[in-house]
Design a protein around this ligand. Structure first.
Ligand SMILES: [Zn+2]
Length: 440
């Protein structure tokens, strides 16, 4: 039997164990209740699983990493204490290329909307496993752990090191866990099993979280002082944002890898005005209305550029909108995440494409991910290039999130075979360096 056939058979044998393990991980509540987190129990479980597979495991508090606080993308508003990262290393024989699987342990909060399937029960129905984090991204994390188990069970020793990481605090633009990880450990290639529906993503969006505050004049409707209602201004602003999103997409230079995609979302996520705790409120106008918006970006765009473009459109709108003409809002950037990309002909992208095509049985597509993530910390701030590849599913960050179980089995097979190919190869650069043949 060929090695590929052995791997396929191994995954098929493990199906019940894989489902049980994912139900176990989904059952651990790791909601990110930003600014605080809830990852500890999950991280201890992951560390235990990887230790039992014979890995060298480093369970470390991220604020013990020197230089974390000096990093340009460190976010001081997000407490780190009691939120350890897990790094597990399955050592190779040496001289091979290393591979890192990096996942985040936190999920978004379960939220106020009703679930048909209990969020932490891991219910299985119609080929789907439901649960908060099943798709984003405990399924992907489990796939990386199963890769280690497969190599052990099949008795495979690699040349290069295989690293499996579970970081804390990724959701809502937290990057501190990934920053700490990259300051401490790197590899020749990283795969982030974020939910990509088995699409290989060589790029990902970034985005700007922006708070906009309209200051009016509080008062009663019958007051001779004429209150100025900032809520009306906020409403006009939201309408303006809709128009802006369309115009922005029309004028923006779309990177090749994003051609034909749905475009960059401009979302309004929070609107806050008036004292909503009161059962009724007469005719008083509040003094302030505040909203937050999330403007997604392509790789290469900058926070300053995004803000300036929106402000320019606001100034234009003021010239035709009598309400907005009377308001100069405060613009407060809350968080900036870069988009990033690696070359589509990077050897890692080519290898993963080849293996995925083979396992899935149809040509794999390489595209840009339609979401922001921690990938930029790899591509822009570390020596480790990063590719995204994760399972299929639906309802991420929403009620009844699910993973398609069959895609998880396929993903595990892709990961095992990719690891074999990548980590068995002796690194050309290492050889060049050791024999001092470099001419540069
Ligand atoms: Zn995620």
């Amino acid at each position: 039997m060929t090695l590929h056939a052995q791997i396929h058979e191994w995954v098929q044998r493990q199906r019940p164990a894989i489902i049980d393990s994912l139900r176990y991980l989904v059952g651990i509540n790791t909601e990110n209740l930003a600014p605080r987190g809830n990852e500890l129990t999950g991280q201890l479980a992951i560390a235990g699983m990887l230790r039992s597979l014979g890995c060298d495991v480093d369970l470390y508090e991220i604020d013990t990493v020197p230089a974390l606080r000096d990093h340009p993308r460190y976010w001081a508003e997000r407490p780190c204490t009691g939120r350890p990262n897990v790094m597990a290393i399955r050592r190779g024989r040496g001289q091979g290329r290393s591979l890192l699987f990096s996942s985040h342990m936190d999920t978004v909060p379960v939220g106020p909307d009703a679930w048909q399937h209990k969020p932490w029960a891991g219910e299985v129905a119609d080929g789907k496993l439901y649960g908060l984090g099943a798709y984003d991204m405990k399924g992907g994390l489990l796939a990386s752990i199963m890769t280690v188990k497969a190599l052990n069970d099949l008795g495979i020793q690699l040349q290069g090191d295989l690293l499996v990481e579970s970081v804390v605090d990724e959701e809502f633009g937290g990057c501190n866990g990934t920053i700490a990880g990259r300051l401490k450990y790197n590899a020749d290639l990283a795969i982030l099993p974020e939910p990509t529906n088995l699409k290989i993503c060589a790029a990902h969006h970034g985005g700007l979280m922006l708070r906009i505050t309209f200051n009016g004049k509080a008062g009663w409707g019958f007051s001779p002082e004429h209150p100025v209602d900032p809520i009306i201004a906020a409403a006009h602003f939201i309408t303006m944002l809709n128009d802006y999103a369309v115009l922005r997409q029309r004028n923006i230079v779309v990177p090749d890898i994003y051609r034909g995609n749905t475009g960059l979302p401009v979302l309004v996520n929070q609107v806050k005005a008036g004292d909503v705790s009161l059962p009724f409120f007469g005719d008083r106008v509040p003094g302030q209305a505040c909203l937050t918006t999330w403007l997604e970006t392509y790789p290469g765009m900058t926070a300053d550029g995004v803000l300036a473009d929106l402000q320019a459109y606001y100034r234009y709108t003021q010239s035709v909108d009598g309400i907005l003409a009377a308001f100069e809002p405060d613009w407060t950037p809350v968080r900036w995440l870069d988009g990033s990309a690696i070359a589509v002909d990077h050897p890692g992208v080519k290898l993963i494409s080849r293996v995925t095509s083979d396992v899935v049985g149809q040509p794999a597509s390489v595209q840009g991910a339609l979401f922001a993530c921690d990938g930029h910390i790899f591509n822009l701030f570390s020596p480790t290039p990063m590719v995204l590849l994760g399972p299929s599913g639906g309802q991420p960050h929403s009620p009844d999130e699910y993973i398609e179980i069959e895609s998880l089995f396929q993903l595990i097979e892709v990961f095992i075979r990719t690891t074999l190919d990548w980590c068995q190869t002796v690194d050309v650069h290492l050889v060049d360096h050791n024999t001092d043949q470099r001419s540069d």
